[in-house]
Structure formats: structure tokens, C-alpha cells
Design a protein around this ligand. Sequence first.
Ligand SMILES: *Cc1c(COP(=O)(O)O)cnc(C)c1O
Length: 359
Amino acid sequence: MSVPDWLPLRDELREEQPYGAPQIDVPVQLNTNENPYGPSEAAAADIAESVRAAALGLNRYPEREALALRERLAAYLGHGLDASRVWAANGSNEIMQQLLQAFGGPGRTALSFAPTYSMYPEYARNTHTRWVAGQRRDDFGIDVDAAIALIEAEQPDVVLLTSPNNPTGTALDPAHTRAVVESAPGMVVVDEAYAEFRRAGTPTALELLEEFPRLVVTRTMSKAFALAGGRLGYLAAHPAVVDAVRIVRLPYHLSSVTQATALGALRHTDELLAQVDALRAERDRTAQRLRELGFRVADSDANFVLFGTFEDRHAMWQALVDRGVLIRETGPLGWLRVSIGTPDEMDRFFSALQEVTRG
Ligand SMILES: *Cc1c(COP(=O)(O)O)cnc(C)c1O
């Protein structure tokens, strides 16, 4: 894509490309960490009924504060949270943008630790926030002393931690999260998009909220909840943080249809989350099988596995696409990421992989 000269686009956007994994129509799609199990007919019918009821009121603007939905999300999270401490938006992507609109901006700095979610620098760019990326260790954990030194040097207004991290799958050591939160002068956002997939015994940063009013934990219904198409992300934080975000949100940002869809899905929480255990088991099995084939595999607490390394990872990615299997070319050079699908999809992934590596 090239921008025509006559178009007065902001200079720093001229060479940019729209974000997005290639959407290629192949039989096995393991590239965007979606839940491979969609809602049942019964759940879909119930969601549709919620949407039908909402449709009768579509001449009116939506409930601007989405209070019923926030209450329901707070109940799902537990930890003594209520609607005043939860905020919802169109995906956690919008949540993150709102956070940078409120707490980043011109003259301000956001900091994270790479390799991590490739959207963060784009939110920073779009909100005119200076972007600083520290480096994770070779095992993709955070070197806590280096992290604290970097925070002291840069004095970031926002620190973004991702746990479990994308694209590596790494959950943060809770002592490291605490150390970062204690040393950060501004906001700390822990992106827990994959929290439901974490291995037993891995705590959530929700436990630290009471203690640290400048901490924000973000979640999404896109992954474990199997609602990527519904676009619903949310955060939990101090009520003052929620009020700050309400200042920058667009009026009526969350449509009546979206609210009805999410509320409908939340009525089926047990069903929608029922496959999480199976996906975690499949993830561990996938990591194990990849190791047995001689690959390097990053430990994962998410619904994907980062593996490698390949001299020419693009060639490997393409060879898999040619065999009907779409994975993601992302992360550190030489690595590829595969989302966890159904056992049948994983078998097809492994068949294609072995066919290619056998040559
Ligand atoms: C998938 C993902 C999200 C979720 O984005 P939504 O906008 O809620 O779909 C957020 N953070 C990370 C790190 C992710 O990988």
C-alpha cells in the first residue's frame, strides 16, 4: 500500500501498513489465537434473542455506561470487584487505546518488554506517545533488575506488561510483576488476554489491585470466551481509573448490539469456557510433540505455542499454507506461532509440518 502524494496524511503514518494477520481461506486456521470451539446452537439462539430484544430499541442510543454488562463482568472476575471498578469497550484493543489516550499522549512515554504484542507500539503512535521497548530474557521472562533500571531511567507514564505474553506464551513471575508495579512512577497495565489459559498455580494480577491503585488489569472475551467476533474487552482497576477512561471514550462507544451479545454470552459462561481445559491439555501436548520433533519451544500459559527456530521462517510458513495450514509468522526472528485448535486440526498441522521438514 502506498499513500498518494496529494493525500495530506500525517508524515509518520506515510510508510505504515494497516495491522493484521493475513486472513487466508485455508481449511486449518491456527493464526490468531481464536478459540476453535464456537458457541452451541442453544447459546447462539439465546444471544440472538438478546440481540433481537435490543433491536427493538435501536432508535435510541445505547446505555452509555454499560452498567449491567460491567456488573456482570465484575461478577465473573470475582476478587470483590463491582461495576465501578470495571470498564468495557470494543475489544481490549480499544481499552488499551483509551488507556493511552488518558495516560499517554504528547510528551509522555509508554514502555514494554519485547518480544510482546505488536499492537502496543501502534497504540503509542496513534496517541502520540513516545514508545520505549526493553528486552525480555532469552527464556522470554523479564529480567527484573534490568526492567527496574529501565523504568528508573525512562520514567514511563505507562508500563505495559503482558501475562501470559503474546507471542511467547510466557506468564510473568508474580514477584516480577510486583517489583515492576512498585518501581513504576505511573500507570502499570497488565494485559491478561490469555489469563483463563494459564497453568494451575499461576496467579492473576487482579490479586494486586487492592494494593496498587495505579494498576490496571485488562481482559478480553475474544480468546477463552470464544467471542472474538463480538468485540468485547474490559479492564479492572481503581474507580478513579475507570472515571479517567470515561473522559476519553467516544460517546456511546459500545453499541446496544455489542452489549446484548456480551450479556448473552455471559449467561453461557460455563459452556463457553468448557473447552478451556481441553485447550490447555492440547497446548501441553503440542509443546511436547514439537519438542520431540527437535524444535525449540517456549513454555506457554496461553492457547498458542511459539516454536522454532527456522533459518527461513517465511518459507516454512508458506509451505504450511500450501498444505492448508495457516499459522502466524511473528515473534523473534526464526520463530513461528501456532494457535491451539481442535485435536484434528493439530494433527493436520503436525502432518503438514512433518511433511515439510522431511523435505
Ligand atoms: C488477542 C489479544 C488481545 C485481545 O484483543 P481484543 O481486542 O480483545 O480482541 C489483547 N492483548 C493481547 C496480547 C492479545 O494477544
